[in-house]
Write a protein that binds this ligand. Structure first.
Ligand code: S3P
Length: 695
């Protein structure tokens, strides 16, 4: 994954790339291992699932190099169809259904005995859909655990006869397992499915010289079916030279993010695989109103086009890949979303994106209906149940059906927890929702994304528009603190109350003095940075703002006692205190989205802040506000005199004197209502949000 803010001149979009396609990466590793000769692979997904495939191949004697995190090219010397060695220990497929099911076909066809196992989620997934047909064709298994579940031992004995199998539900994993069993046994194999599942196996095998035939079988009743077949062998696999395209299933999360407004002006996602058996989500998203453009990469015709799979219909082979996997760029902008209906034949082409469709539906106008997707119940989690539960927990109205969901869109703020249930796509779908405006979602198992999209969370953060740092400086009584607090609340930013830090230091000094362990008050001006560090004072970021921590406490009322208030101004003038707190203050604003008020925020603490204001008001008006704020009914003239004295001190002091930063806008609040002050600041911030993405 990579993000680059520059974008294409003029369109304000952020350019991103996603990691390699998981399905293509599994097949590239596996087929290159079975080839005769050296393959060159680039952009292989380094995710946990593909690492499981690589590790299993190594355990069977294939020298698979490290799959590096950056998709760097490597070569892999294949051992040929007959060269796999029986492993010494069970093969751990981790969380990867594709690894387990494709290997069942490979081992059965090649007659290699091995035990396959996986994590708790994979152990719960049905395997009979693969072992059933293989067994009917002569392969033998011993199911060691619960029937139909891993761990399963492939006995590697008995004569595999090949044959023809009709799948009740379209499945690329089952289709591929059967084709591989046919290929490695040299026996003819034909698989028929009621919908066209992803056809990476067919394309890649063809590119490696195996004559795989595909056909769409017309039915007068309109219920067309698809077949894929391999004739009797032997078939040798020629090595591959392949650049794996970006995973469209990973790109889908970013498309949704941009459509929901979680990526500023939008995204340009480059190098995305556009195999038409995978891009059903693009059609569905378009129907939902997603502002989406697809720009196919320059293509040239090649091996992948030799098929006759009817409506596979892509233009040909993209530059850089010789296996007939088209690629292109997706441009997505924030969109107004509408409900849609998803079902029937399009389901296999977006099976992995359906939880994400449900998440988008939560933000669309109307009720979205998803049907004919019972397969979702046997993925890495029961994706129908989990999606429904999580959406409901956030406040969305959902109806669950045996084969789908009805999701009623809402504009209301959504907040809550979304457990991932050990499922990478659930973690990411809800991560996207959480990164979109008006939503706060806590995903409990963020590391799950490593299965298919390493770097996902960093990518979300990098795609999010940078939100400015806003400073409001000004003299006492100019209204800066109340304004800052309200501006932060309206923008969903965090308010940094710099005064609270000075108060925390004052509190810590008073307590140390009182306990007899610290310096007496008379010597506070000689404080050193080391002594200050020992207080262990920090600003911690919470969901609603910053909290000041002093040691293991979070003082609040104690910061406002008269003793502290009396001394804080003197403490704030101590040079060691100022310089030490500078780091703490700056650290809070690293990610932006902070509104802060004080006296030197725009000049000293955040000289690079994107939005700066200097608030002023007539002395008399400030005195009036002060009295209203403190409610102690003092005399206006005396209060004005006090403020004038304070102004002179603030302007003349040696450390951080009060002055307007040259790039701060002066805002005279004397005749402004509170609402007017707040909206002036909010409007300017909104104008700056996202502006760095532009040309
Ligand atoms: C895959 C096929 C799909 C998909 C899975 C990967 C593959 O499963 O859900 O994530 O690589 O063949 P089915 O086609 O078996 O439903």
């Amino acid at each position: 994954m990579s993000v680059n803010d520059g974008g294409q001149p003029g369109d304000g979009l952020t350019t991103v790339r996603v990691p390699g396609d998981k399905s293509v990466s599994h097949r590239a590793l596996l087929f290159a291992a079975l080839a005769e000769g050296e393959s060159r692979l680039e952009g292989v997904l380094p995710g946990a699932d593909c690492q499981s495939t690589a590790a299993a191949l190594r355990a069977m004697g294939v020298a698979v190099p490290e799959v590096s995190a950056d998709g760097a090219p490597f070569t892999l010397r294949g051992v040929g169809g007959g060269g796999l060695r029986a492993p010494d220990a069970p093969l751990d497929c981790g969380n990867s259904g594709t690894t387990a099911r494709l290997l069942l076909g490979v081992l059965a066809g090649a007659g290699v005995p091995a035990t396959l196992d996986g994590d708790a989620s994979l152990r719960g997934r049905p395997m009979r859909r693969v072992t059933g047909p293989l067994e009917a064709m002569g392969a033998r298994f011993r199911e060691k655990g619960v029937m139909d579940r891993l761990p399963i031992r492939v006995l590697g004995e008995g004569e595999f006869r090949g044959g023809r199998w009709v799948l009740p539900v379209a499945s690329a994993q089952v289709k591929s397992a059967l084709l591989l069993a046919g290929l490695l046994s040299g026996r003819p194999m034909e698989v028929e499915e009621p919908g066209l599942s992803r056809d990476h196996t067919e394309r890649m095998l063809r590119a490696m010289g195996v004559p795989v035939r595909t056909a769409r079988v017309g039915d007068p009743g309109g219920a067309d079916r698809w077949t894929a077949s391999i004739g009797a062998g032997p078939h040798a696999l020629a090595p591959l030279d392949l650049r794996v395209p970006g995973d469209p299933s990973s790109a889908a999360f970013l498309v949704a993010l941009a459509a929901l407004g979680g990526a500023g002006k939008g995204l340009r996602i480059e190098g995305v695989g556009l195999n038409p058996t995978r891009t059903g989500f693009l059609d569905v998203f378009r129907r939902m109103g997603v502002d989406l453009e697809v720009i196919p990469d320059e293509v040239h015709r090649g091996a992948g086009d030799a098929g006759d799979a009817g409506d596979a219909g892509d233009a040909g082979v993209s530059d850089g890949s010789d296996v007939g996997e088209p690629t292109g760029t997706l441009l997505v902008r924030p969109s107004r979303l509408e409900a849609t209906e998803v079902g029937g034949r399009e389901i296999p082409s977006l099976i992995d994106e359906l939880p994400l469709v449900a998440v988008l539906a939560a933000r669309a106008r109307g009720v979205t209906r998803i049907r004919d997707a019972a397969e979702l119940r046997v993925k890495e989690s029961d994706r129908i149940a989990v999606t429904a539960q999580n959406l409901r927990a956030l406040g969305v109205t959902v109806r669950e059906f045996p084969d789908g969901l009805d999701v009623e869109g809402t504009e209301a703020p959504l907040a809550g927890r979304a457990p991932a249930h050990h499922d990478h796509r659930i973690a990411m779908a809800f991560g996207v929702l959480g990164a979109s405006p008006g939503c706060r979602v806590e995903v409990d198992d963020p590391a799950m994304v490593e299965v298919s999209f390493p770097g996902f969370w960093a990518c979300l953060r990098d795609c999010a528009p940078r939100r400015p740092v806003v400073t409001l400086d000004g003299p006492a009584g100019s209204g800066k603190s109340t304004t800052a607090r309200e501006v932060a609340a309206r923008l969903g930013y965090l308010h940094l109350d710099s005064g609270a830090l000075y108060r925390a230091v004052t509190l810590a000094l008073l307590e140390a003095d009182r306990s007899g362990r610290g310096r007496p008050e008379a010597e506070w001006s000689e404080l050193t940075v080391e002594e200050l560090e020992a207080f262990d004072i920090a600003l911690e970021r919470g969901a609603d703002g910053f909290r000041v921590r002093v040691g293991d406490r979070y003082p609040e009322a104690e910061l406002r006692t008269p003793e502290v208030t009396e001394r804080v101004s003197a403490v704030a003038r101590i040079p060691a205190v100022r310089s030490w707190l500078l780091g703490a203050q700056r650290a809070t604003a690293r990610e932006g989205g902070v509104v802060t008020d004080g006296r030197d925020m725009g000049t000293v603490v955040f000289p690079d802040a994107e939005v700066k204001f200097f608030l002023v008001a007539d002395l008399e008006e400030r005195a009036r506000r002060r009295l209203a704020e403190t409610r102690d009914g003092g005399e206006l003239g005396a209060e004005a005199d006090r403020l004038a004295r304070r102004d002179r001190e603030d302007a003349g002091r040696a450390v951080a004197p009060l002055r307007r930063a040259p790039d701060a806008e002066e805002l005279d609040t004397t005749h402004l209502t509170f609402e007017e002050q707040v909206s002036r600041v909010v409007e300017r911030v909104r104008g700056r949000e996202d502006s760095h993405r532009g040309p």
